[in-house]
Design a protein around this ligand. Structure first.
Ligand SMILES: Cc1cc2nc3c(=O)[nH]c(=O)nc-3n(C[C@H](O)[C@H](O)[C@H](O)COP(=O)(O)OP(=O)(O)OC[C@H]3O[C@@H](n4cnc5c(N)ncnc54)[C@H](O)[C@@H]3O)c2cc1C
Length: 528
C-alpha cells in the first residue's frame, strides 16, 4: 500500500507529517551541501537538509593538523570491510565523515579535480556531453576561489570554495618533487590544470584551507545561508526510509533523537548520503537487486540490480622512510602528490602517490618497527580493477551494512601494486632526499613473494569509496545522466555513488561538481 492517500493528498491519517518542503536533501557532505546551498539561493524554495551527524565546530575539524583525530570518533561512520582473503583475511577500516560537511570535515583537505578523461568517460556513460571535460571546466571555474598562480582557462577566482596551494612546504615535500624530476616525471605548479590533461606529473597539493582553518564544503555553501528562512538544517537526524506514492518519492522518514518523523517533499528528494549509505537507504526502501531485497522480505518498489554493486576505492601501500632528525608537519601533512601513467598509452593515470609527512603504517606492517621520525609515501593505484559489493544485514536503519570491498581481489591489482611500491622506493631512496632521510624503513628490498605479502598486509584505503549507484544507460546503472533514479519519480542521487568509475585522484572536488550539476538540473526541471 502507498504511504500516500491521493484523495486527501496527505499521508494516511495515522501518519503524522512533521514538515513540508519543496526539496529535501539527505546528507550534508560535499555534494549535499552544494545542492542545498545552491537551491537555497532561491528564497522562494523551501529546502530541508538532513544530517545524521552533528556539529563541525570542533578543533579536530577546524584545525587542519588535527584531522587524524576524527578517525574512529563520533564524526566517523567507522565502517569496516568484510574480512578479505586477498588481504590475508584482514578487515580494513573504511572511514567516512559523519557531521556537517561529511567527508570534507574530516578528510585531508586535498583538492583534486580528476583527469580530463575521467570526465570524458562520465559523459560517454551518461550520453550527455554536459558531463565532459570542457563543461566541467566551466563548473570548476565557478566553484573555485583559486589563490595560486593564474590559469584563466582552467581556474576560477570568484567561487565559493577557497582553494590554495600548500603553504610553507617543508624540505620533504620539495624533495619529493626533485625526486620525481630525477625519474623523468614532470613537475607542475598545481596538480589541477595541465597536469591532469596528459600523462600526469608531480606537484605540491592544492588544499581547502583558509587562514589556517579547514574550509569544508558545508562551510563554503551552507554556513553562509544558515540564517535564511527558506533553509532548514537538521542534525542528529538519521534518514531511515523513503516514502512513496507508487513509484514516486514523496518524502522521507527520519529518526531524530529516538523519535520517528516524516518530512514531505513537494518537488524532489535528493540522496547525498555517500557511497555506502545511499545504496543502503535505497535497498532498505525497496530499490535495489531483487534477490537481495527478497532475502530480507523488503517490498520491491524497483528492481535495480546495480544498487550497491561496482564498489570502487583507491588502494594504497605505505612505504616509510626514516628522517635523520624530526621535521615539521605543515597544513594537514599531505602537501605533495604524484599521478603517472606507467605506460603513455594508458587512457588514465594508473599510479596515484600521496606523500604524508609522518609515518603511517597499517596495523599489520607496524609490527615491522616504525621510526619515531619519518614520512610515508603512499603507493596508490588510481584505477584498481577489483570491484566490491554492499549487502544488507537487516531491514532496520541501525543494522550495519556489509561491505565486501574485495580489495586486491583482481590479480592485476597485486601486479600493479608491486609496480607502484617499487616506484615509491625509487623516489624515497633517491638522491633528492640525501641529508633528510637515513633509511627506508618499509618495505625495504624484498623478493617478489615477500613483496606480495607486504602489499597484502600494507593495503589501506585512501577513503575514496564510490560508484555504488552508478550513472549510465546499461542494466547495472542506477541513475541517468540527470542523476534521476531509473524507474522512480522525484528522486535524484548526488554523491560519490553516482561515479561510473572512481576519478583519478581524491574524490571530494568531483563530488562538488556532482552537487553543482544536480542543483542546475533541479532548477531547470522545476523552473526555479
Ligand atoms: C579520512 C578521509 C580522508 C579523505 N581525504 C580526502 C582528501 O584529502 N581529498 C579528497 O578529495 N577526498 C578525501 N576523502 C574522500 C572525500 O572526503 C569523499 O569522497 C567525499 O566526502 C564524498 O562526498 P559525498 O558527497 O559522496 O558524501 P560524504 O562525504 O560521504 O557525506 C555524506 C553525508 O551524509 C550523512 N549521512 C549518511 N547517512 C545518513 C543518513 N542515513 N541520514 C542522514 N545523514 C546521513 C553523513 O553523515 C555525511 O555527512 C577522504 C575521506 C576520508 C574519510
Amino acid at each position: 500500500m502507498s504511504d500516500f492517500d491521493f484523495s486527501s493528498r496527505r499521508l494516511h491519517s495515522n501518519v503524522k507529517i512533521d514538515g513540508e518542503y519543496d526539496i529535501i536533501v539527505c546528507g550534508a557532505g560535499p555534494a549535499g551541501s552544494v545542492v542545498a546551498g545552491r537551491l537555497a539561493e532561491n528564497s522562494t524554495l523551501r529546502v530541508l537538509l538532513i544530517e545524521a551527524g552533528g556539529t563541525d565546530d570542533v578543533p579536530e575539524v577546524m584545525d587542519p593538523a588535527q584531522w587524524p583525530l576524527n578517525l574512529g570518533s563520533e564524526r566517523d561512520w567507522g565502517f569496516l570491510a568484510e574480512p578479505n582473503s586477498s588481504l590475508n583475511g584482514r578487515s580494513i577500516p573504511l572511514s567516512m565523515g559523519k557531521c556537517l560537511g561529511g567527508g570534507s570535515s574530516i578528510n585531508v583537505m586535498v583538492w583534486a579535480r580528476g583527469h580530463k578523461n575521467d570526465w570524458e568517460d562520465f559523459a560517454a556513460e551518461a550520453g550527455d556531453s554536459a558531463w565532459g571535460y570542457e563543461s566541467v571546466l566551466d563548473i570548476y571555474r565557478r566553484i573555485e576561489s583559486w589563490q595560486g598562480l593564474g590559469d584563466a582557462n582552467r581556474r576560477g577566482t570568484g567561487g565559493p570554495v577557497h582553494v590554495q596551494p600548500a603553504s610553507d612546504p617543508p624540505p620533504v615535500a620539495r624533495a619529493m618533487l626533485d625526486a620525481a624530476r630525477g625519474l623523468g616525471i614532470p613537475v607542475f605548479d598545481s596538480p589541477n590544470g595541465e597536469m591532469m590533461e596528459g600523462r600526469g606529473g608531480a606537484a605540491l597539493t592544492d588544499l581547502i584551507i583558509r587562514n589556517g582553518r579547514r574550509s569544508s564544503i558545508f562551510r563554503c555553501y551552507v554556513a553562509p545561508r544558515l540564517g535564511q528562512r527558506n533553509l532548514t538544517v537538521l542534525t542528529h537526524a538519521l534518514v531511515s526510509r523513503l516514502l512513496f506514492d507508487g513509484s514516486t518519492v514523496i518524502g522521507v522518514e527520519v529518526i531524530e533523537r529516538g523519535q520517528l518523523r516524516r518530512y514531505m517533499a513537494g518537488l524532489e528528494v535528493v540522496l547525498s548520503l555517500g557511497a555506502i549509505n545511499t545504496p543502503k537507504l535505497l535497498m532498505q526502501s525497496g530499490i535495489g537487486p531483487e534477490d537481495e531485497l527478497r532475502q530480507h522480505d523488503i517490498r520491491i518498489v524497483q528492481n535495480l540490480p546495480g544498487v550497491g554493486q561496482n564498489h570502487q576505492d583507491h588502494v594504497s601501500f605505505g612505504c616509510i622512510f626514516e628522517f635523520s632528525e624530526r621535521q615539521p608537519v605543515c597544513d594537514g601533512g599531505s602537501q605533495a602528490t604524484l599521478y603517472w601513467k606507467s605506460d603513455d598509452n594508458l587512457r588514465l593515470p594508473d599510479l596515484l602517490h600521496c606523500q604524508v609527512q609522518f609515518p603511517v603504517p597499517s596495523l599489520e606492517t607496524a609490527s615491522a618497527g616504525v621510526p619515531a621520525h619519518g614520512w610515508t609515501m603512499f603507493a596508490g593505484l588510481a584505477h584498481p580493477k577489483s570491484r566490491g559489493a554492499l549487502k544488507l544485514s537487516g531491514v532496520n536503519a541501525h543494522d550495519p551494512i556489509r561491505i565486501e570491498a574485495n580489495t586486491l581481489s583482481h590479480p592485476d591489482d597485486l601486479r600493479d601494486a608491486l609496480k607502484s611500491i617499487e616506484m615509491c622506493r625509487d623516489l624515497g631512496n633517491s638522491r633528492a632526499f640525501s641529508g633528510l632521510v637515513t633509511r627506508e624503513a618499509l618495505p625495504g628490498k624484498l623478493g617478489i613473494d615477500e613483496m606480495k605479502e607486504f602489499a597484502r598486509n600494507a593495503a589501506v584505503t585512501y577513503w575514496h569509496q564510490s560508484c555504488t549507484a552508478k550513472m549510465g544507460r546499461d542494466p547495472m546503472s542506477v541513475v541517468d545522466g540527470r542523476l534521476k533514479v531509473h524507474g522512480i519519480e522525484k528522486l535524484r542521487i548526488a554523491d560519490a555513488s553516482i561515479m561510473p568509475h572512481v576519478t583519478s585522484g581524491n574524490t571530494m572536488a568531483p563530488c562538488v561538481v556532482i552537487g553543482e550539476r544536480a542543483a542546475d538540473m533541479i532548477k531547470v526541471a522545476h523552473d526555479v
